[in-house]
Structures are given as structure tokens and as C-alpha cells.
Ligand binder design. Structure first.
Ligand SMILES: NC(=O)C1=CN([C@@H]2O[C@H](COP(=O)(O)OP(=O)(O)OC[C@H]3O[C@@H](n4cnc5c(N)ncnc54)[C@H](O)[C@@H]3O)[C@@H](O)[C@H]2O)C=CC1
Ligand SMILES: NCC(=O)COP(=O)(O)O
Length: 324
């Protein structure tokens, strides 16, 4: 049986709805069930001049390539490029209902389009990202990892102001992150003994303590402890040279200490086809790597490759999980 995946278009004024419309023109190795506002999808289809057939989830499709939908209407019909914080609650409700269906085993995985964090906060909901929302709902610790065919980059800290990053890097946090990444690489990615490269926080990985002590006081003892548990870890490495192609060949994943230490390298290598995978959830969740690109919305020029890669990756992870 094909995996059944929940699909979220994301911010209705961004490019998410039109990317879902494009996905609806394709055949997939999974059944897709959209959770969200049907009117936003129909508006995007109209703007792109593409057909879109929708049917209620649980009912039979009457047209080929019809998308199943759980319609969760937004109160405001947004214009492309102009998000309205009044739609925040229904967007979050759609994500939460889709995730609940995955937790309950009704669906096998979750694919999400881009959301706009500032607009959600302006809507009165404290929100640092979908990853955190899903972790809280499932009651588990998670790690964000972005991946394309060149590299995998996991993040020790994610959406934190830079001023707070150093304080957030503690032995407990490092060990939790690395255990989650190691387990996921073994169980979800089939790597018997994965090699994880760990970056330093400071320039030159601290230069023996002369450029910062986090490597000596926190990172090195944490890695030593985990090596004793059988994890294969390299580092802490100076971040400026860790991504050199000949070094990367030996690593199954790189753990970056903060968002903009690792993600620019991955996005430079291949922005179009990268995906964002949440490790540690009780179900597979894969998102696009890009944001809402408000300035492109409704024009038909947004590249759907990351959404397609997210659907394919989630299909593979869900199929593998179903096989046991
Ligand atoms: N998965 C998610 O939910 C993500 C959400 N965001 C959110 O998106 C909002 C906007 O963030 P930005 O930093 O502007 O990043 P962005 O990814 O929306 O845009 C960065 C650049 O890439 C282009 N771009 C993005 N996606 C594209 C696509 N599919 N095809 C062609 N060009 C594309 C944009 O036009 C822009 O030039 C923020 O609120 C941010 O939090 C950002 C990253 C991921
Ligand atoms: N930079 C990654 C990003 O913003 C995606 O966050 P999330 O909404 O998937 O947690």
C-alpha cells in the first residue's frame, strides 16, 4: 500500500499554495491529503492557469489527479504577497490536525510548505518554527537536519538570537542532539555506524582556548563521552574548512552549532533540491528548505523542486517505516 502523507501548503499569501497546485499535476508514490484552506489552493490554481480538483478526505475522487483535502478555512482571503495575521490560528490548526493524524497512525508522514514566523507571532501565537510546534505536540526532543545530495547538516541550535547561542550549548544539549542524529542516521537512513562531524563554535574551533573555551569545556568532553557509547564522531572541527569537498566525503552528517553556520553551505550547494527533516518525531516529517518567498507568490515562477523532494523523501521514510 502506498504511504499516506499529510500535506500543508503553509502561509496562504506565499508560494506554498501554488507549489501544492503544481504537485497536484504530478503522480506520486504516496497518497496526499492536504490539511488547509481549499480557497487558497483554488486561488493559486487560478493565478497559474492550472487545473485543480479537490475532494473531501475519506470520499472517493471523481476526477484523475484529484487531491484529498481536509478543508480548514482561513477567515481572510489574502492577496498574494500580503500575509494577514488573522489567518494564523487556522494555519496552526491545520498543522496540528495533520500532525495528530500522523501520531494516531491515520496517516504515515507529514510534508510541510513554508510558514512565516513573524506573521504567526503577530497573530498572537508564540512560534519559533513548525519543528518546535511538532515536538511539543508529540512530547519529544527533536533535531532539525537539512539535506540534499551533497550533504546533511543538523543543527545544535536553531532559531535563537546569536547572542543566546553560546549559552544554549551545554553538555546535556549536545549529547541529546548527537544521540538523536546518530539514531536517525542508523534507523531512518540505513547507515550502520554513521560518521558525524561536529563543528566548533568559535573561530578555529577555539584555537586551544585562546579564541573561546566552549570547545575545551563543553564540546570535547561531550564528544568523548559519546564516543564511549559507540558514536563515531569527528571534531570539533574549525567550521571554515570542515566543508571542503575532500573532508565532506568522509562524513555522513555535519552538526553545526547554529543556523547560519551550516545552512548557507548546504543552500549554496543546492538550494532547489534541499529538504528539512525533523529527526526524533514518532513519524516522518519533511519540509521544504525555503521560505514563503512572498515577492514571487502568484506569479508562477516559484520552483517546486524542494516540495517535490520533500514529498519523495517523506514517501521513502514512511515506506521504510511501514516495512519495519
Ligand atoms: N520551511 C519553512 O517554513 C521556512 C520558512 N521560512 C520563513 O520564510 C520567510 C521568508 O524568509 P526568507 O529569508 O526571505 O527566505 P525565502 O526562502 O523565502 O527567500 C529567499 C530567496 O529565495 C527565493 N526563493 C525561495 N523559495 C523559492 C522557490 N521555491 N523558487 C524560487 N525562488 C525561491 C526568494 O525569492 C528569495 O530571493 C521568513 O518568515 C522565514 O521564517 C524560511 C525558511 C524555511
Ligand atoms: N531555517 C529553517 C526553517 O526556518 C524551518 O523551520 P520550521 O518551520 O520547519 O521549524
Amino acid at each position: 500500500m502506498r504511504p499516506r502523507l499529510a500535506l500543508i501548503a503553509g502561509e496562504p499569501a506565499g508560494i506554498g499554495p501554488e507549489l501544492v497546485v503544481r504537485a497536484a499535476q504530478q503522480d506520486w508514490d504516496a497518497e496526499l491529503v492536504v490539511f488547509g484552506d481549499a480557497a487558497s489552493l483554488l486561488r493559486a490554481a487560478d493565478a497559474l492557469g492550472l487545473p485543480l480538483h479537490l475532494h473531501r478526505h475519506g470520499e472517493a475522487a471523481t476526477q484523475p489527479r484529484s487531491l484529498a483535502i481536509v478543508d480548514i478555512p482561513h477567515p481572510v482571503a489574502t492577496r498574494f504577497g500580503h500575509p494577514d495575521p488573522a489567518n494564523t490560528a487556522s494555519l496552526i490548526a491545520a498543522i496540528s490536525r495533520a500532525a495528530r493524524a500522523c501520531i494516531d497512525g491515520e496517516l504515515d508522514g507529514l510534508v510541510t510548505g513554508p510558514v512565516h514566523k513573524a506573521v504567526i507571532n503577530e497573530g498572537g501565537i508564540t512560534f519559533t518554527g513548525t519543528t518546535g510546534l511538532l515536538a511539543e505536540q508529540a512530547g519529544c526532543e527533536v533535531v532539525m537536519m537539512l539535506a540534499n545530495s551533497h550533504l546533511r547538516v543538523a543543527l545544535q541550535t536553531v532559531h535563537l538570537p546569536l547572542r543566546e547561542v553560546a549559552d544554549a550549548i551545554t553538555p546535556a544539549a549536545m549529547m541529546r542532539t548527537l544521540r538523536i542524529v546518530d539514531t536517525a542516521l542508523r534507523t531512518q537512513f540505513g547507515l550502520a555506524v554513521p560518521t558525524i562531524a561536529v563543528l566548533g563554535l568559535n573561530p578555529h574551533a577555539g584555537e586551544d582556548g585562546h579564541l573561546g573555551r566552549e570547545e575545551l569545556d563543553i564540546i570535547i568532553p561531550s564528544l568523548d563521552h559519546l564516543r564511549g557509547e559507540g558514536l563515531r564522531l569527528v571534531g570539533p572541527l574549525p567550521a571554515d574548512t570542515a566543508f571542503l569537498p575532500n573532508k565532506l566525503q568522509g562524513f555522513d552528517a555535519v552538526l553545526a552549532m547554529y543556523h547560519d553556520q551550516g545552512l548557507p553551505v548546504l543552500k549554496h550547494a543546492d538550494f532547489a533540491h534541499a529538504v528539512n527533516i525533523t529527526l526524533g518525531l514518532p513519524y516522518p516529517r519533511v519540509a521544504v528548505d525555503h521560505g514563503t518567498a512572498l515577492e514571487l507568490a502568484g506569479q508562477g515562477t516559484a520552483d517546486p523542486s524542494s516540495l517535490y523532494a520533500a514529498i519523495r523523501t517523506c514517501t521513502q521514510l514512511a515506506a521504510q517505516r511501514k516495512r519495519g
